[in-house]
Design a protein around this ligand. Structure first.
Ligand SMILES: NC(=O)c1ccc[n+]([C@@H]2O[C@H](COP(=O)([O-])OP(=O)(O)OC[C@H]3O[C@@H](n4cnc5c(N)ncnc54)[C@H](OP(=O)(O)O)[C@@H]3O)[C@@H](O)[C@H]2O)c1
Length: 328
């Protein structure tokens, strides 16, 4: 049985990936976590084939101890918390160590290169996207043998509709408001289960997935369509309110918008997320839906479909393990 090392396994993205990899007992999985006592680690420990190893995945000796006997690596580094500079270092270092230890396949969870897609205009800089994308550029420049590589570029988790994208309820008008600096642009979102299914496909389908850089998305939706989908599915009144970036950062979503994003961060939270909203507002990110349909014919295709399937109500549910938003 092959063994897959997972970096970021206890996180919002990692847990569905591990469930997808272990559901049919085809793969064994090793997960590094800073604490085996967390709910997330305990949940994973109960899955068949999962070994939890306590340690820091951004520490060379921990990685050297865990890599012997590993056949594949799936890495979702956490640039949002460790910062842009540290993420670039550790993404590349993980690749190098995997090569050194004879790993046969390296799968990297990346994001679109927001600033590059925007011709490096400063208004499109998104530290936590750009760092993952720089790692993807490095990996793409490597040969596909002796170690195969695949890149899965996701986008906003659609489950963020319970946290980062939660509508604010205004009781005076009995309305749920999506107040977003989006203009007529679109928010690209992926369901975590479908993202995990793409990762599983990548693992199952060497050599087809070797050298593949796949942008994955469920739906890319305007503010008006998001509010309309919410109303249709829940029966509740809802509107989209286009707000300026200044208004947006006055909303209680980020505890400290002028803090640096992560200890090695370069941008402030405000600058980072302004870049993200600017690139969505100008609709810069693109996908090949034909490829996505072929790889995952069962994929969820719309926000409305996801809302129906999950019984979405607009209720707050914490999503991310290590990055905290303030409830609106
Ligand atoms: N939010 C989104 O919509 C979205 C979409 C696509 C990509 N991403 C990217 O996904 C990454 C975050 O992963 P996630 O969404 O799964 O977040 P999460 O739920 O907060 O999980 C964070 C993961 O990072 C691990 N980690 C290891 N060392 C860490 C450290 N020093 N500080 C903080 N965390 C550490 C945590 O492990 P332990 O705590 O167990 O050690 C945990 O597995 C970010 O790079 C983000 O840009 C996010």
């Amino acid at each position: 049985m092959e063994t897959i090392l997972i970096i970021g396994g206890t996180g919002a993205q990692g847990i569905p990936v591990i469930k997808a990899l272990t559901s049919d007992r085809k793969y064994a999985v090793r997960v590094i976590t800073r604490s085996a006592a967390t709910l997330e680690a305990q949940l994973l420990a109960k899955l068949h084939g999962v070994t939890i190893v306590e340690g820091d995945c951004y520490d060379e000796s921990t990685l050297r101890n865990i890599l012997p006997g590993v056949d594949r690596v799936f890495a979702n580094t956490n640039g949002l918390v460790i910062g842009e500079i540290a993420e670039v270092y550790w993404g590349i270092r993980l690749y190098e160590l995997a090569r050194e230890f004879g790993v046969k396949h390296f799968v990297y969870a990346s994001l679109p290169y927001a600033s590059k897609i925007g011709n490096f205009n400063d208004k499109y800089r998104v530290g936590h996207c750009d760092s993952k994308a720089r790692i993807a550029e490095y990996i793409s420049a490597q040969p596909t043998s002796p170690m195969a590589w695949s890149i899965i570029r996701s986008c906003l988790y659609i489950e963020s509709l319970t946290e980062f994208l939660l509508p604010a309820y205004e009781p005076s008008d009995d309305v749920h408001v999506f107040a977003l600096p989006l203009g007529q642009g679109r928010i690209p979102m992926i369901t975590l289960d479908d993202n995990a299914a793409y990762v599983r496909w990548t693992i199952d389908n060497l050599p087809e997935s070797n050298g593949l850089d796949l942008n994955v998305v469920t739906d890319s939706i305007t503010g008006n369509d998001l509010a309309a989908a919410f109303s249709k599915v829940t029966g509740k009144k809802s509107v989209y309110r286009d707000v300026s970036l200044d208004e947006y950062f006055r909303l209680p979503i980020f505890p400290d918008p002028d803090a640096k994003l992560g200890p090695s961060g370069v941008l402030t939270v405000r600058k980072n997320f302004s870049g993200l909203w600017n690139s969505w507002k100008d609709d810069l990110w693109k996908w090949d839906h034909q490829v996505l349909d072929r790889v995952l014919p069962t994929r969820i295709k719309s926000t409305e479909e996801w809302m129906v399937k999950t019984g979405y109500t607009g209720k707050a549910v914490p999503l991310l393990k290590d990055f905290k938003f303030v409830e609106k």
